[in-house]
Design a protein around this ligand. Structure first.
Ligand code: GLU
Length: 480
């Protein structure tokens, strides 16, 4: 009987990426194993009385949930909480693992973690979601799996500011005397100790990373493309938080042309470009991108084809494994920008690399979210908004400087220039600037490893992450 080769799980795919990078790191097997494994896996089942959305009847449901801390080389551990009915232990382990590498690559001093609750959040009313979130948080507190210096969750697929506010409120109720309690979770609403610029952060980071990749003329030439993101034809798969901000910022700040957007209920296409601002509004008002007027529509059954369209850049921005062994050969994009976590499986990547596709990997490209989470956590620990101390002081210094120049030259500086130059930085300006700096540096560093070792960009990103985590373990004196 011939043995049927089973397809890889998400976690196995991530392990494959690790093993591909390992020989390039120069680290010993024992240390590599310590870096690779998940340090702590917490699987929980708890009952919650849920309301049936259609009938309104109450029933008790046993909820399956997880929190995985992949690496304790730095603390706290950090990573989002996902609500989806695809959640399982393998998936959460894979996502927690990616978080460790992601944090290392953008120099965010956290270990990686991830949480998941196996529910379809759109099937429940707000009251039920609140009950589930509070109970899940309580379970984490009980086992010491959450806290500003232990493990700090954040939003992920199916969760957002609202859930983070519930988590914070549950935590501080149980830990009344903890001064830094607000740092137990990030991605909170701004009026609940959140930070300006966190909601858009992953999408904005995707834009900065993509723009940086497109600015390397030599790399673009290999793909038969002109340097620069402006004018590039972009396809977006998934129009949630990450997809919509990536699209909007790429269009408004990068002059990219968004030719297609796909979601679970179909995709829309317009070669001349879709107005992303308008599309966001249509989705918010009607619940579906399919109600956007100025584009061709393709139904639910054909939604997978959005990935196979002719374009310069494909941005998968929803869930994992959408580009796999079945469709990899049909992908025509020259650049795949992984805004989602794990959208390309490792066997699919081999096919794409042979075709010469440039894949900008998730562990780097979607790190904007956790980077700004880091800023939020710092803000929570410092108990002060960024810019509060020095904004006016700096603005005054610049005004004085202009006055001095005007006095010395006898000429008046143009008002528009003065107002731009004099304005001190607000919190959101500082957040964006810190994010841009992190994304640009990390890209260039990863690209240098790629060139030096003649490997692909994902392997280079893994090499970088593994070496950085390895250095931490070595400096603890456990490994030689
Ligand atoms: N869930 C996001 C991610 O996968 C953000 C994690 C965080 O901010 O901690 O990167």
């Amino acid at each position: 009987m011939s043995k049927v080769k089973k397809t890889l799980t998400f976690y196995e795919s991530v392990e494959n990426y690790f093993e591909k990078a390992a020989p390039h790191t120069g680290l010993e097997r024992g240390l590599l194993d310590q870096i690779r494994v998940c340090n702590a896996v917490y699987a929980i089942r708890f009952p919650v009385e849920v309301r049936d959305k259609k009938t309104g009847a109450l029933r008790v449901q046993v909820i399956e949930a997880y929190r995985v801390q992949h690496s304790h080389h730095r603390l706290p551990t950090k990573g989002g909480i996902r609500y989806s009915n695809h959640v399982n232990q393998d998936e959460v382990m894979a996502l927690a693992t990616l978080m460790s590498y992601k944090c290392a690559i953008v120099h965010v001093p956290f270990g990686g973690a991830k949480g998941g609750v196996r529910i379809n959040p759109w099937d429940y009313d707000e009251e039920t979601l609140e009950k589930i979130t509070r109970r899940y948080t309580y379970e984490l507190v009980r086992r010491n799996f959450i806290g500003p210096s232990i493990d700090v969750p954040a939003p992920d697929y199916g969760t957002g500011q609202r859930e983070m506010a519930w988590i914070y409120d549950t935590y501080r109720t149980l830990r009344e005397n903890e001064l830094d309690a607000a740092g137990c979770v990030t991605g909170k609403p701004v009026n609940q100790f959140g930070i300006r610029g966190r909601t858009e952060a992953t999408g904005r980071g995707v834009f900065y990373g993509l723009r940086q990749a497109c600015d390397h003329a030599e790399d673009m030439k290999k793909l038969g493309l002109e340097p620069g993101i402006a004018g590039k034809k972009v396809v977006i798969q998934g129009f949630g938080n990450v997809g919509s901000y990536s699209a909007q910022i790429a269009q408004e700040e990068g002059d990219a042309v968004i030719i297609a957007v796909g979601e679970a209920d179909g995709y829309i296409y317009n070669e001349k470009g879709i107005n992303v601002q308008k599309l966001i509004q249509v989705k918010a008002e009607t619940g579906s991108i399919m109600n956007y007027a100025d584009a061709k529509k393709f139904p639910k059954e054909e939604r997978g084809h959005v990935l196979e369209l002719e374009c310069d850049i494909l941005i998968p921005a929803a869930l994992e494994e959408v580009i796999n062994i079945n469709n990899a050969k049909n992908i025509k994009a020259k650049i795949i920008a992984e805004a989602a976590n794990g959208p390309v499986t490792s066997p699919a990547e081999e096919i794409l690399l042979k075709k010469g596709t440039l894949i900008i990997p998730d562990v780097y490209l979607n790190a904007g979210g956790v980077t700004v989470s880091y800023f939020e956590w710092l803000k929570n620990l410092s108990h002060m908004r960024f810019g509060r101390m020095d904004k006016r002081y700096r603005a005054q210094g610049r005004e004085d400087m202009i006055a001095l120049i005007e006095q010395m030259t006898g000429r008046k500086a143009p008002v528009e220039i003065v107002s731009k130059f004099v304005k001190g930085a607000d919190e959101v300006d500082l957040v964006r600037s810190g994010l841009e700096e992190s994304m640009i540096n990390a890209y260039n560093f990863t690209r240098n490893i790629q060139k030096e070792k003649n490997i692909d960009l994902r392997t280079a990103a893994f090499v970088n992450a593994i070496q950085l985590i390895g250095q931490d373990y070595q400096s603890m004196g456990i490994f030689p």
